[in-house]
Ligand binder design. Structure first.
Ligand code: HEC
Length: 134
C-alpha cells in the first residue's frame, strides 16, 4: 500500500521536474554564480548588456567576434593584432591567464583560477551578451 502510494507520487512529480530542466527558451534564467562573478570581478571595467565602454570594451555580442573589434574602443596593439576569435575555448584560456595568453594586452586582471568559475561565468555571459533579436 505505502509502496504504491510512493509510486503514484513519483509518477506525478517526475514529468514536472523533467519539464523544468528541458526549458531552454527562458533567457531570464541566467547562471547566478556567473552573474555574481561578473559583478565582482569584471563589471568595474566591462558592461555586458549595453554597448558602453568603461576601462574595458563593452562585451555585447562578443561570442564569435574577433578580438579587438569594438569600433570606438582603443585596444592595445597586442589585443588588436591577436587575430583571436572569442569562443568558449579562447575565452577560457584568456580569462584563466590574460597575460600569458595575449602577452602585452592591457587588461589588468590576474585571471580566474577556481575550478568551475570560468564555466559559470561563460554560461552567464553567453545569455546576457547575446544581441537583442531584430
Ligand atoms: C581592471 C579592468 C578590467 C577587469 C577587472 C577586467 N577587464 Fe577585460 N579588458 C580590460 C581592458 C582594458 C581590455 C582591453 C585590453 C587590450 O586592449 O589590451 C579588456 C579586454 C577584454 C576582452 C576582449 C574584448 C574584445 O573586444 O576583444 C574580454 C572578452 C574581456 N576583457 C573579458 C573580461 C572578463 C570576463 C572579466 C572578468 C573576469 C574582465 N574582462 C575583467 C579591462 C578589464
Amino acid at each position: 500500500m505505502r509502496r504504491s502510494l510512493l509510486a503514484a507520487v513519483l509518477a506525478a512529480a517526475l514529468p514536472l521536474a523533467a519539464c523544468d530542466e528541458g526549458d531552454t527558451t527562458d533567457t531570464s534564467a541566467v547562471n547566478a554564480e556567473g552573474r555574481q562573478l561578473f559583478e565582482q570581478r569584471c563589471s568595474a571595467c566591462h558592461v555586458a548588456t549595453a554597448e558602453q565602454n568603461r576601462v574595458g570594451p563593452h562585451l555585447v555580442d562578443m561570442f564569435g567576434r574577433t578580438a579587438g573589434a569594438v569600433a570606438d574602443f582603443r585596444y592595445s596593439d597586442a589585443m588588436a593584432n591577436s587575430g583571436i576569435v572569442w569562443t568558449d575555448e579562447t575565452l577560457a584560456a584568456y580569462l584563466t591567464a590574460p597575460r600569458t595568453y595575449i602577452p602585452g594586452n592591457r587588461m589588468a586582471f590576474a585571471g580566474l583560477a577556481r575550478p568551475g568559475d570560468i564555466e559559470n561565468l561563460l554560461d552567464y555571459l553567453r545569455v546576457v551578451t547575446a544581441p537583442a533579436p531584430d
